[in-house]
Design a binder for this molecule. Structure first.
Ligand code: AMP
Length: 444
């Protein structure tokens, strides 16, 4: 499809798309919009950056506008969009406002960490669309500030994250409160069994639309891994940031504390940096995000949860200061660059303890992440590396030859801490995931 004319969108929406500067639908939009306008349920396998928000917001606005009979009753929205984090909710709210600017529909965004009064007043004034995080929505439902009986369109965005963050019970409860005569949409970047199960329970005869499957999302993204000792990561980062091509970088750390430490270190080196994580106030997070979006901050350091769903165009580099334990998280992270057709680079630091994570990531993405050897630290590592002795040292050399054509032995040896892979090998399985730090993982 070359432009939007084949999608039968109403004029106020087409005008809004022109104002946004969109000339053609993205694949997920072209595939989803006709089915959604026809009222079908939909299971969308897509990550942010594919244009999925417009894919569900445009038909939602059109269907609501067509069925509108003036201002909705107080506290009885007609459409509900659930998002796992405040940032994503705010972003979807912005999209609803932009795409709906020439329509007379009303929407409000509801999330935790900000006063309830304003949200309660907005609901009482009558809104067509509520965009909410599950926790705060449950709060308001328990206080009888809204009812969901009139909701005819129900969207669950980032289903996989929603489950990761422990929202499954809330989501099910909320779904039960939404009238059964509804159109339901579920979007998820990945489709683990738990999400498939949730979809099965919520959707009725859904159309399945899948774009950029996991294994190919990274195609436009130039990925590199740098082997480095844990203690040298910060110095390596400062070194990398001397490269002026890194003009807008999103840096991921596994923990909130780690994010603060990295940001502090960079600030000392005069890098203009912001940081977002679960211990920051909503205001501070939004300010940092806005500064990053406007280009006032060159670097934003974030934990996975805080960065969930944030949509910033023009991110030139994603840097994994720590590798995530969960390969899906890696795919999510690097997807923050190379958005909307742009090119992007993803650089991952890997220390001895993270080797196992890298192996898992490569299994899921289906390809080896090339090792970046052209950095000053690499040379130093080779010089520093002691001859690897013993059994595991030999094993590592063999492994290394297989992967990198044998020209990278020093870096591997050093990365393995002189052959102590086993000792460092991380625990696998269903442990707590990195970035999920106790109760703070819950956004709302
Ligand atoms: P999303 O996947 O919804 O997070 O959208 C990713 C980015 O693509 C956002 O910055 C949108 O504004 C942008 N976008 C969405 N649809 C289009 C389109 N048809 N043409 C150009 N940009 C788009």
């Amino acid at each position: 499809m070359t432009d939007f004319s084949g999608l039968e969108l109403i004029e106020p929406l087409r005008r809004a798309l022109t104002a946004e500067g969109y000339t053609a639908p993205t694949p997920i939009q072209a595939q989803s919009i006709p089915h959604l306008l026809a009222g079908r349920d939909l299971l969308g396998v897509a990550q942010t950056g594919t244009g999925k928000t417009a894919a569900f917001v445009l038909p939602m606005l059109q269907n609501l506008a067509k069925r509108s009979r003036g201002r909705p009753a107080a506290g009885r929205p007609r459409a509900l969009i659930l998002a796992p984090t405040r940032e994503l909710a705010v972003q979807i709210g912005d999209s609803v406002r932009s795409y709906g600017r020439f329509l007379h529909l009303r929407g409000t965004t509801i999330f935790g960490g900000s006063p309830m009064g304003k949200q309660i007043r907005a609901l009482a004034g009558g809104v067509d669309i509520v965009i909410a995080t599950p926790g705060r929505l449950m709060d308001l439902l328990n206080r009888n500030k809204l009812r969901l009986d009139d909701v005819s369109i129900f969207v669950l965005d980032e289903g996989d994250r929603m489950l990761d963050m422990g929202f499954v019970k809330d989501v099910r409860k909320i779904a039960d409160l939404v009238g059964s005569n509804r159109q339901t949409l579920l979007f998820s970047a990945t489709m683990p069994t738990a999400v498939a199960k949730l979809a099965e329970g919520l959707l009725s005869d859904p159309v399945r639309v899948e774009v950029a499957p996991q294994s190919t999302t990274a195609e436009r993204i130039e990925q590199r891994v740098l082997f480095v000792e844990k203690a040298k990561k910060r110095a390596l980062l400062s070194n990398l940031l001397k490269d002026a091509d890194i003009s807008r970088a999103l840096i991921f750390t596994r923990t909130k504390h780690g994010a603060d430490r990295v940001a502090k270190h960079l600030a000392k080196g005069n890098v203009i940096v912001g940081v977002i994580h679960g211990n920051k106030t909503q205001g501070a997070r939004q300010r940092a995000l806005n500064g990053f979006k406007k280009g006032q901050l060159r670097v934003l350091v974030a934990t996975d949860i805080a960065a969930r769903g944030i949509d910033v165009d023009g991110v030139t580099h994603v840097i994994n200061f720590d590798l995530p334990q969960d390969p899906d998280t890696y795919v999510h992270r690097i997807g923050r660059t190379a958005r909307a057709g742009a090119e992007g680079k993803a650089i991952s630091f890997c220390d001895a303890e993270e080797r196992g994570y890298l192996v898992d990531i490569e299994k899921v993405t289906g390809k080896a992440v090339p090792v970046h050897t052209d950095h000053p630290f690499h040379a130093q590592e080779i010089a520093d590396a002691e001859p690897a002795g013993g059994k595991s040292g030999r094993k590592n050399r063999r492994r290394n030859r297989g992967r990198n054509g044998g020209n990278n032995g020093g870096a591997w040896k050093q990365a393995n801490g002189g052959g102590s892979v086993r000792k460092f090998r991380p625990r696998r399985g269903k442990g707590r995931r990195p970035g999920q730090e106790g109760g703070s993982a819950r956004a709302a």
